[in-house]
Design a protein around this ligand. Structure first.
Ligand code: NCD
Length: 353
């Protein structure tokens, strides 16, 4: 069973094929109106969402399929204490594909162990968000014609910003990317991402200032400071409003640089940037729908697994990350993987040593 839990699940060739399909859909959407006829998508949103939820739903509708689900977990049996495993066992009996967003890191991976149909990770806490990356890469390829060889600035909350982590993972599949990681020191990329970049010999420079690096960038990817992920509210107060992109700051940027943002924005891009031809974020949101159509056309048409494999029952979590799904769903197996030379939790990527 193929799932999309982490962008690493896709090979470069699979991405190229997905992009080619997304492009065809954009160019002639009418050819795809029956591709998911009779297929049903479940969307389980345990966290707020506008774009991801709506774009998945409209993607399915435009392919001729239908969707059901919840956007507020309090309206489901989760509120009665149902485990993720039971919810997934049941929902994957009703649907042909399951799209899920949760505040717990590694939850989509956990769901995939028990699901009879493909699971798509629409964001798991501050960990990963691979379908946003399909939107991001579609935008870059469509507007700049290529991804290889670009200088990419990632700016804002790189610690908690799951879209950033997935984008870095994806860009490891391209040639000659130069990263500028622009963040306050306390919001720098997590250790597992730094280890990943080193392991893949990726070129990156970590800086705290945006203005000095702007002239070098082909893509500037702004992100929101992820208020809901802060344990200490003072840490949020210290960091909010730290980067604000304005038209004046853009004066020194390349003429064809793309300003991207997964949205929602808070204050990190001033509204006067919206009319600059380099502002790509609203287009990016629309491209996200086409990228998700391409993904659903493939995954929602996978044959259903009648029987899932038996999964070992865990006794206590081996991972110490308090946001890891293994902390709350105690029956999960103690899966470990080797990454960046370290033993890591196979759900949330947290180092175990
Ligand atoms: C992002 C997310 O949910 O991680 N939004 C989105 O899916 N477009 C970014 C964010 O919330 O800051």
């Amino acid at each position: 069973m193929r799932h999309l839990i982490d962008f690493g699940d896709l090979s470069r060739q699979e991405w190229d094929e997905l992009y080619a399909r997304a492009s065809q859909i954009m160019d002639s959407p009418r050819d795809f109106i029956d591709v998911c006829r009779g297929r049903v998508m479940a969307s389980l949103f345990y966290e707020p969402s506008t774009r991801t939820n709506f774009s998945f739903q409209t993607a399915m509708l435009r392919l001729g399929g239908t969707a059901f689900g919840f956007a507020d977990p309090n309206s489901s049996s989760v509120a009665k204490g149902e485990t993720l495993k039971d919810t997934i066992k049941m929902v994957s009996g009703y649907a042909d594909v399951v799209v899920m967003r949760t505040p717990w890191e590694g939850a989509a991976k956990a769901a995939s162990l028990y699901s009879h149909v493909p699971v798509i990770n629409a964001g798991d806490g501050g960990h990963m968000h691979p379908t946003q990356t399909t939107a991001d890469l579609t935008t870059i390829t469509r507007l700049l014609g290529k991804v290889d060889g670009l200088s990419v600035g990632l700016c804002g909350d790189l610690k908690n910003g799951r879209t950033v982590h997935s984008l870095i993972k994806a860009l490891a599949k391209f040639e000659q990317i130069q990263f500028f990681l622009i963040s306050p020191r306390e919001l720098a990329v997590p250790g597992y991402m730094r280890a990943f970049m080193r392991e893949h010999s990726m070129r990156f420079t970590e800086v705290t200032g945006l203005e000095a690096v702007i002239p070098q960038l082909d893509v500037l990817y702004m992100t929101r400071i992820q208020r809901e992920r802060f344990v200490d509210p003072l840490e949020y107060e210290r960091n909010k409003g730290v980067y604000i992109l304005t038209r004046r700051k853009l004066e020194r940027a390349k003429e064809r640089m793309l300003v991207m943002h997964p949205l929602p924005r808070v204050d990190e891009i001033a509204v006067d940037v919206d009319d600059d031809p380099r502002a790509a974020y609203f287009q990016q949101a629309r491209y996200g729908m086409f990228a998700r159509m391409a993904l659903l056309a493939d995954l929602a048409n996978q044959p259903r697994l009648e029987q899932t494999e038996a999964v070992e029952i865990g006794i206590r979590p081996v991972c110490r990350n308090p946001r890891c799904i293994t902390q709350t769903e105690r029956y999960l197996p103690p899966l470990v993987k080797r990454s960046g030379g370290l033993d890591c939790c196979a759900f949330c990527d947290g180092a175990l040593e």
